[in-house]
Design a protein around this ligand. Structure first.
Ligand code: NAP
Length: 276
């Protein structure tokens, strides 16, 4: 088994994820895994970074596929005995002009952004080594969507005692309400992406609390963040930041020094803890 530290970035064949891998290759003292659901796209991205003189490693990962997640888990467990840095970056968003019915957008978006990210956490968080860092890439849209939820939902999503099961029930209810076209009546904002990212931010707060309770003394820091508005296939060419600039806050959170005990359980933007 290798004693080399290891970092893993989900959805990193392009966009912000690729920029995070590029930065980690330069700054992280260990092996850095570029992962992609499509091995060809992943290998092409690895080749691109190799051209730049960097040496990322590759492993397949589709966060919608539990078998794929477990294959990566077993590989990392066998080869490294754990994980030092995990960046949950993979995500999807329908374009504003997409004509897919809202119910479909809700189901598909929540499936990857919330349930897929949660499945990765369920399988990989137990592998996190002491002094490790977990970064969940959420969005500022999570905060604005929270503000457009009913008071009752806002109270639940801001609660310091909400459980992961309760959050899963709420995310499931959103998809069901969207299918019945009663989501707005039930207090949800009219944004599938926004709700999925509320899920990611609240999940991060819950997981940080669980780490405090179950792994006190291991100094694992877990945060949600927003990369900013970044020029990628998702956000388009008009966005204000380059992918490298978008990677700055996630990379900052991934490389917090071992002496740091904060931020932890926070939603961070521009390297600054934001109110939730
Ligand atoms: P992007 O260019 O569309 O890249 C998304 C990445 O996620 C791609 O590598 C994509 O792979 C991957 N992915 C999607 N579904 C996946 C799955 N089921 N399993 C594994 N990988 C999957 O988007 P981006 O702008 O870089 O976004 C990265 C993260 O930042 C996302 O979580 C996004 O919500 C968040 N974010 C972005 C912005 C922005 O302005 N760009 C703002 C706030 C938050 P494929 O190539 O196979 O599709």
């Amino acid at each position: 088994m290798s004693n080399v530290p290891v970092a893993v970035v989900t959805g990193s064949n392009k966009g912000i994820g690729l920029a995070i891998v590029r930065a980690l290759c330069k700054q992280f003292p260990g092996d850095v895994y570029l992962t992609s659901r499509d091995p060809q796209r992943g290998q092409a991205a690895v080749a691109q970074l190799q051209q730049e003189g960097l040496k990322p490693l590759f492993h397949q990962l589709d966060i919608d596929d539990l078998q794929s997640i477990r294959a990566l888990r077993d590989f990392l467990k066998d080869k490294y005995g754990g994980i030092n840095v995990l960046v949950n970056n993979a995500g999807i968003a329908f374009k504003v002009n997409d004509t897919a019915p809202f119910a479909v957008q809700a189901e598909v978006t929540l499936k990857t952004n919330f349930f897929g990210t949660r499945n990765v956490c369920t399988e990989l968080l137990p592998l996190m080594k002491p002094y490790g860092e977990v970064v969940n890439v959420s969005s500022m849209v999570s905060a604005s969507a929270l503000g457009r939820c009913s008071q009752q939902l806002q109270q639940k999503f801001r609660s310091d005692t909400i459980t992961e099961e309760e959050l899963v029930q709420l995310m499931t209810k959103f998809v069901e309400d969207a299918k019945k076209n009663i989501h707005e009546k039930e207090g949800w904002p009219n944004t599938a992406y926004g709700v999925s990212k509320i899920g990611v931010t609240v999940l991060s707060r819950i997981q940080a609390r669980l780490l405090n309770e179950q792994r006190k003394g291991d100094h694992i820091l877990l945060n949600a963040c927003c990369p900013g508005w970044v020029r990628t296939d998702m956000a388009g060419p008009k966005a204000t930041k380059s992918p490298e600039e978008g990677a700055e806050t996630p990379v900052y959170l991934a490389l917090l020094p071992s002496s740091a005990d904060a931020p932890h359980g926070q939603y961070v933007s521009e390297k600054t803890v934001q109110p939730w």
